[in-house]
Design a protein around this ligand. Structure first.
Ligand SMILES: Cc1cc2nc3c(=O)[nH]c(=O)nc-3n(C[C@H](O)[C@H](O)[C@H](O)COP(=O)(O)OP(=O)(O)OC[C@H]3O[C@@H](n4cnc5c(N)ncnc54)[C@H](O)[C@@H]3O)c2cc1C
Length: 381
């Protein structure tokens, strides 16, 4: 078994380390405080090919494998979790749904603008009344003469305010349950689409999150992504890949917090010693380092399984569950290393802790991951 990144993946990591040190780390605190979406930096990531990470070159993307993409999300998230979430959701939700299930003409129509970053992608499954139980969605699409007419709303949609392309799930045959849901794609500005409240959040504050409302939004039959009534099954496949990116996001946030805490612990002097010399503090780093390394290995393994065409649903859920909880534990420890200053906005530790919490909730909560894993473990043993 190879446990090392190849030369290309290593080069990508180095390139992003330089980019994040210059363009992200110095600004992340400001973006968080103002909850401002960093359009210019996101555009620069588009120029670097990070917004079409896994899109094949023929559609204008970078054609990366999943391991490389996980490396990229991790490196960006070390500097800023919100920016990591923007990249992860754009690539793994909206863009990946079109890439994985869309017709050739939909791919040609939407992927080049998404891959270049000319348009950002938003993807809507969750509603105010249905999250974990996503089949409880109320948004519906009705076939009228020659068009689909969509009515309903979506909640917590990343890039809701700033997207140029929306993929949205709607019920098309309520009696058929998971075989009665369809995905539709349409551009920003489509009549009948309005963006509701921008949501103010605990963390991931400079990632844009909004409510979407659809009132008699009309699209033609060519707006169906995949087949009519295949939307839920396509979504489940898509979310398995998305979980790898949330695992990478978690590892990045955890490692970013650990790096800040390490630097501080070497400078902060108490009782005549840097606090990094106290064993109690060293053990915090031992636990952070061990858990985050395990999380990274699980993340890269799930990505490797996907890249090599092997089943990876269980491994992706395990990576997401473990990495998000490891990130939460690591960021709490990082705040502890900073003592009182960790509890203030003078230092970034508290931002990492607030950002990490989202990873235990988004793209399936920890409880939902445990349901997926338990089902598979019990079936396979
Ligand atoms: C910042 C942010 C960005 C997001 N971005 C997107 C996006 O771009 N697109 C999108 O579609 N959605 C998005 N979401 C929604 C996200 O995926 C949901 O919030 C998540 O799936 C949980 O759903 P919920 O919030 O309705 O919680 P609920 O499903 O109401 O869950 C409440 C609690 O009950 C638990 N629970 C629920 N069912 C069970 C069960 N069967 N057994 C045990 N426990 C259970 C949950 O784990 C949780 O602890 C985003 C959310 C946030 C906060």
């Amino acid at each position: 078994m190879e446990f090392v990144l190849n030369d290309e993946q290593q080069a990508l990591r180095e390139m992003l380390r330089t980019f994040v040190a210059k363009e992200v780390r110095p600004k992340a605190g400001e973006w968080d405080a103002s909850a401002e979406f960093p359009r210019e930096t996101v555009a620069k990531l588009g120029e670097l090919g990070l917004l079409g990470a896994m899109v094949p070159e023929e559609y204008g993307g970078s054609g990366m494998d999943m391991v490389s993409y996980a490396v990229a999300v991790e490196e960006i998230s070390k500097g800023d979790g919100s920016l990591g979430l923007t990249v992860a959701s754009h690539n793994s939700l909206c863009t990946a749904h079109i890439l994985g299930s869309g017709s050739e003409s939909l791919k040609r129509k939407y992927l080049p603008e998404l891959a270049s970053g000319r348009s950002l992608g938003a993807w809507g499954l969750t509603e105010a009344g249905s999250g974990s139980d996503s089949l409880g969605m109320r948004t519906k699409a009705e076939w009228r003469k020659d068009r689909w007419v969509i009515n309903g709303s979506k909640m917590f949609i990343t890039q809701g305010n700033v997207a140029g392309v929306y993929v949205v799930l709607a019920v098309t045959d309520r009696d058929k349950g998971k075989d009665g849901v369809t995905a539709f794609v349409f551009p920003a500005g489509t009549k009948g689409l309005s963006v509701g409240r921008k949501l103010h959040k605990l963390g991931m504050r400079s990632s844009d999150t909004a409510e979407l409302v659809f009132e008699d939004l009309e699209v033609g039959p060519d707006a169906v992504v995949g087949q009519v009534n295949s939307g839920f099954r396509d979504t489940m496949k898509n979310l398995a890949g998305g979980r790898i990116s949330i695992a990478a996001l978690s590892v990045g946030i955890g490692l970013g917090a650990m790096r800040e805490a390490l630097a501080y612990s070497k400078e902060r002097v108490q009782f005549g010693h840097a606090v990094s010399e106290f064993q109690a503090i060293q053990w915090l780093f031992a636990d952070m380092g061990t858990e985050l390394e395990a999380a990274e290995l699980m993340t890269f393994r799930a990505a490797f399984l996907k890249d090599t065409g092997r089943p990876y649903t269980r491994e992706a859920a395990m990576a997401k569950l473990f990495a998000s909880e490891a990130a939460m534990r690591a960021t709490i420890k990082a705040v502890q290393v900073f003592g009182g200053y960790g509890y203030t906005q003078e230092y970034p530790a508290e931002r990492y802790m607030r950002d990490a919490k989202l990873c235990e909730i988004g793209e399936g909560t920890s409880e939902v991951q445990r349901i997926i894993i338990a089902r598979d473990v019990i079936r396979s043993h």
